[in-house]
Design a protein around this ligand. Structure first.
Ligand SMILES: Nc1ncnc2c1ncn2[C@@H]1O[C@H](COP(=O)(O)OP(=O)(O)OP(=O)(O)O)[C@@H](O)[C@H]1O
Length: 258
């Protein structure tokens, strides 16, 4: 389980995390939601030690990892898979080489074993046929799936997804989220997904945490979130179902204010 205790983080004058308390349950898919720029990605980066808090604690399976050195983090990060916004495939490598990369870097598996694992992961995401293609030859959805296969290659215990469905058409968004859900359940992974997408979150989440102004303002199962009386959550859900996200509303207000 990942536990965040009273986490604070500022960049210069700007306070982004303002006392975050959150328990991310083991073996479940937890969604972190909130407006653009509210600190969701910053939060994710704290969970894998890419950013350090100014104050507070991060516990992973009971171990306090807040002050680990970079070397200790490198070892610990073996537990994690990440899928960041841009997918970040290596353009000069084929799909299969991309998936093999973490296995070559972090394991002592033989070439044959690596090939077998790469093929297994690519079949899981339905990309075996595309294994010799380069990222430039793939569609957006295929890139996401290739990045997912690579994130799964080391068979992590915890997997973090930053906006895994952004930029995909609605059918691919649902298909990608179903794939994430299926894989998470199949391996009993602890998954954390950052997204703005309310319908996707309500469909796939075991647990949802809403961030606003640097704090968790509401958390619970999708059913509990749907019934939340918190004004921010109500507004966020309402806007999503009107097909208008809150940040678009803010843009409009700002333009009117000019
Ligand atoms: N390394 C950094 N240095 C300075 N400011 C940063 C840094 N990383 C993030 N920020 C700032 O922190 C705030 C939160 O950023 P973050 O990327 O976490 O937002 P987000 O909630 O993930 O947004 P979005 O939904 O648009 O991806 C932003 O104002 C951003 O400019």
């Amino acid at each position: 389980m990942v536990k965040l205790v009273d986490l604070y983080k500022s960049f210069g004058e700007q306070t982004v995390l303002n006392g975050i308390n959150l328990e991310i349950p083991r073996g479940k898919l937890t969604f972190i939601m909130g407006r653009s720029g509210t600190g969701k990605s910053v939060l994710l980066k704290h969970i894998i030690g890419l950013l350090k808090p100014d104050r507070g604690q991060i516990l992973i399976d009971g171990q306090d990892v807040t002050h680990l050195s970079e070397k200790e983090w490198q070892r610990l990060r073996r537990k994690f898979g990440f899928l960041f916004q841009e997918g970040a495939l290596f353009d000069s490598m084929t799909v299969a080489e991309n998936v093999a990369f973490p296995l070559i870097e972090h394991t002592k598996l033989s070439k044959k074993e690596i090939q077998r694992k790469v093929e297994e992961k690519l079949s899981q995401v339905g990309l075996l046929e595309a294994r010799n293609k380069y990222p430039a030859e793939l569609s957006g959805g295929m890139k996401k799936r290739a990045a997912l296969a690579r994130a799964l290659a080391l068979e992590p215990e915890i997997i973090l997804f930053d906006e895994p469905t952004t930029g995909l058409d609605p059918m691919l968004q649902v298909a990608t989220m179903k794939l994430i859900r299926k894989t998470q359940q199949q391996y009993g992974l602890t998954g954390v997904v950052v997204t703005h997408d309310v319908p996707i979150a309500l469909m796939a989440a075991d647990y949802i945490a809403f961030l606003n102004e640097g704090r968790v303002v509401a958390e619970g199962t999708p059913e509990e979130i749907k019934k939340s009386e918190h004004p921010f959550v109500r507004e966020f859900l309402k806007s999503a179902f009107e097909g208008c996200y809150p940040e678009e509303g803010r843009d409009v207000q700002e333009k009117h204010g000019d």
